[in-house]
Design a protein around this ligand. Structure first.
Ligand SMILES: N[C@@H](CC(=O)c1ccccc1NC=O)C(=O)O
Length: 256
């Protein structure tokens, strides 16, 4: 199934039968990635006295699992500024459109003097190509497959510098996607500089009027090396959780 999309006075063709899923599947085994010091997610049948919600156990006609997981720590998720504010804002209301013109870029975070590995403003400027894109997908290198399974807690993963987040905001990016557990440093004393810069949050207690309620950040994606840098249409699929973050399935469509 093909579609022609008119965007910003240009016609683009995509093929809906060739989606490129850049989400990480969530599973209740050690294969699942983990961040923020959590244990693995739980997926297990409901048990009521001697009844167990698992067909193979012989008592139930259906498989009927409870799932316990954390959207921030257990895989691909999309979050809104409610992640960092005193008041409650939910991503289900922030994200009201699901298709975006997007640029996929690849960056090798640079080791700084303090040992941190950071995506710098200069690196982002170097790969940026202005083309009216509303979303950017940042793939970092090295891009080993084990990113889908990595245990990030206490590893101080790479992150995005606040100046780069500001630059992307100023270029008109509303949706930032990255293959790291956070755009900010694992332990930063709650500064959250890149989150704040991207969402333009200057006051987390009484949200400033120009804060970007509709902008989203998607973390812990995985983009295979086979997918080349360039422009795509991006579909952000979100589970309708009324929460600051929700598990998501971002999908790319190549322009043909
Ligand atoms: N760096 C923050 C913590 C943080 O960023 C965070 C903590 C728990 C769950 C998610 C987090 N950030 C996600 O982008 C801090 O040190 O307070």
């Amino acid at each position: 199934m093909k579609a022609t999309i008119t965007y910003s006075d240009t016609d683009y063709q995509i093929d809906f039968s060739k989606p490129i899923d850049i989400s990480i599947p969530l599973i209740n085994t050690d294969d699942n990635p983990i961040a923020w010091y959590l244990d693995k997610p739980e997926i297990s049948p409901v048990v009521v006295e001697d009844w167990i919600g698992k067909v193979s156990e012989g008592k139930s006609s259906t498989n009927f699992n409870n799932i316990a997981f954390n959207p921030h720590g257990h895989g691909t998720h999309t979050e809104c500024l409610g992640h960092i504010t005193h008041d409650f804002y939910n991503v289900n209301e922030s994200l009201r459109e699901y298709f975006f013109f997007a640029q996929l870029v690849t960056i090798s975070p640079e080791v700084q003097q303090d040992g941190d590995c950071v995506i710098t403003l200069a690196q982002v400027k170097k790969v940026w190509t202005a083309n009216h894109q509303k979303a950017i997908i940042i793939r970092t290198t090295p891009n080993e497959l084990n990113k889908k399974h990595r245990k990030y807690s206490h590893t101080n993963p790479p992150y995005l510098c606040a100046e780069a987040a500001t630059f992307l905001r100023e270029q008109g990016i509303d949706h930032l996607l990255i293959d790291l557990p956070s755009v900010d440093r694992e332990e930063d004393g709650g500064q959250l500089l890149a989150h704040k810069a991207f969402w333009k949050v200057t006051d987390t207690r009484h949200l400033n009027d120009d804060a970007r309620l509709e902008a989203t950040i998607t973390e812990m994606i995985y983009v295979d090396d086979e997918v080349k840098d360039g422009f795509y249409f991006l579909n952000i699929q979100l589970a309708s959780f009324v929460n600051d973050a929700s598990p998501s399935k971002p999908v790319l469509y190549k322009i043909i």
